[in-house]
Design a protein around this ligand. Structure first.
Ligand code: ZN
Length: 277
């Protein structure tokens, strides 16, 4: 699948519309941007989005050429048109299409295009041989645990060659993906949307559970004896991930050194007992 040009990693959202309307917000702008399901919102607005890697492609309403928008991660719901050389976002697109004000557009998308559970995933039809390496020991990982969880360096040539690879299961214990970490950056197949899963959930009983956004820390916490989940390094917890967390009695959040993180503004979505460490 063709890789989109690098310029799109630098999606910018000038936030002008946001500042103008922030006073009357019910749901804050960052929370809305995380909550709105990109594909559902585009479809609702009459676009026909197509997946290309971490992006959805759609027809730019200004120039009618191809534009793209991130559907998960840090720049979720931020779009860019190469022809117009302009960034936008899902709410501003709704403003344009529906000819309404920003606040109304935001509320409309929250109402019409938030996450709903999709069908149970097909089991992953791919088998990597994941091997233990000395490097893994050096970063404090435990060999026995890595073998048990399916963590290691893939043998042979694969898309994730050179990455530290984690086998991902859904909450029913079905293997759904491989998720890799290479030079500190996540790597995974475009068919996997990390927003829909929590790493290691199939091994966690409904009592107390820990959560971190660092996959390596997650393994360390599990090795220290506490059941632990990870959100695959996303800078927020998605709506689906919150709903999965609400199945646990207590949630212990390891979200250190990053008090400005947007996760803090949305953490009240956890309806169960929670605390920070
Ligand atoms: Zn355009």
């Amino acid at each position: 699948m063709a890789r989109l040009p690098q310029v799109q990693e630098d999606f910018q959202d000038d936030g002008l519309d946001r500042k103008r309307y922030e006073k009357e917000d019910k749901m804050k702008y960052p929370e809305a941007m995380q909550t709105i399901d990109t594909e559902k919102a585009l479809t609702y607005l009459g676009f026909e989005p197509k997946i290309n890697g971490s992006y959805l492609e759609f027809i730019c309403p200004t120039c009618l050429n191809k534009a793209s928008i991130r559907y998960h991660g840090e720049k979720k719901n931020v779009s860019y048109c190469q022809t117009c050389k302009a960034g936008s976002n899902i709410i501003a697109l709704a403003v344009k299409i529906k000819v309404i004000e920003f606040q109304d557009a935001k509320n409309l998308l929250i109402e019409k295009a938030t996450y709903t559970d999709k069908q149970i995933e097909e089991p992953l039809n791919l088998n990597y041989t994941l091997e233990w390496t000395d490097e893994m020991g050096k970063i404090g990982l435990n060999q026995e645990l890595c073998q048990k969880l399916g963590v290691g360096k893939p043998k042979g040539k694969t898309m994730l060659s050179g990455s530290l690879v984690f086998t991902v299961y859904n909450d029913q214990g079905v293997k759904v993906a491989y998720w890799g970490l290479k030079d500190g950056k996540p790597k995974f197949h475009s068919s996997f949307n990390p927003e829909n899963y929590l790493y290691n959930i199939h091994n966690c009983a409904p009592g107390e559970v820990h959560i971190t956004k660092d996959m390596i820390d997650c393994l360390r916490i599990i090795h220290s004896g506490s059941p632990c989940l990870c959100n695959f390094g996303l800078p927020y917890i998605s709506t689906k991930q919150y709903s999965l967390l609400n199945n646990f009695e207590k949630v212990v959040i390891h979200w250190t050194n990053d008090k400005r993180d947007v996760a803090f503004s949305c953490i009240t979505q956890i309806r169960t007992f929670y605390r920070f460490v």
